[in-house]
Design a protein. Sequence first.
Length: 394
Amino acid sequence: MMESVLITAVETACAIGLTTKDCLTALRGRCGGLEPLGGRLPGLEEFAMLPAGLLPSRELLRGRRYGAAANAAAHVARSAVGRAGWTQEETTRAWLYAASSRGNVGETTGSNAWRRPIRRFSASNSMHSEIAAAVSIELGIRGPWQMVSNGCSSGLDALGLAWMAVGSGLAPRALVVAVDLPLVLPLLRDFRDTGLLSSNGLIDPFALGGKTACEPATSGFFPAEAAVAVTLERDVAGRPRLCRIEHYNANSDAYDALMIPEDGGGIADCVRTALHAGDRGKVVALCPHATGTLNHARVEPPALLRALEGQAVPLLPLKPQTGHALGASGLLDVALLASCMAEGWLPAVLPCLTPPECGLPLNESPMKLVSGDRVIKLASGMGGHNAAVALAAL
């Protein structure tokens, strides 16, 4: 039998802030973090007009031993563990789950020459698992670590695996870390060639356009950097308590390497299972994947409506503010939602976003929460893997 599992601390670094406190300020102010790349990063001149989500500072990426993504992961992990109040003995015995879609892609492609790495770490820097290894080394974690790379659902899947380990009693506590730094030239070219990158700069993930040029459609996602860490524990007296994780489940479309089928694939079943894991009448918001690709804009909302069985639960997409941080995006959304839920509220979406044509509303005003209110978070990875987590306010 699964025991109650709580999120006890988080740390986030993304386009809207280098700390969770800064991110919450941006969410309260409905401030977005996407700006044209311009000349902000060397070597990306051909993408100068692409809005993207850069970290406000490069400092947390720096370090000679590890790759930039691993450095960022260690930075947020150390902060989250400190906020959770773990002793060194508790940290040593923790289990660690790390997630990334592209890992240390900057080191693999040679784009991060500015790091001045030590050459003997070159092989390590090109491994996805260096992210988990670096966190375990820097924090002294001797419990098992796992590296999850399930595309854009990586972070949410890592959280779900940690929830199962802690809730079943296998792990005394768990640290979940996710990071992606996709703003490197070869990867941006790959996304553009695949047709997934925004081509018109419209930051409006559910806009399907109209019959005139004045009503453009969403055309793709806006890449973004992010690093996030979350601590999980059973209900322990004296610990911080942000929210409770009620449920995690996942499935796959078994359809295509890039596209979601017109019927939404496994999205509806995945969300429906999360809804029925608790009191579905207590669900007050649903945070969709909402990448901004036209395929996603067409098929995700109707699938969500089917799962909700007509219930007009407001949608709360966060990517218009943070950008799409690939494998870190799901855990980033959970960390931001958990931080807001701990304070008894949920943020409003950015102004002037288009609601889905299927009739589901957007959360256009800050929402007050009471104990027991539930929020569902969905993530979908390239290749058709879906994951959903249910969070409950305390």
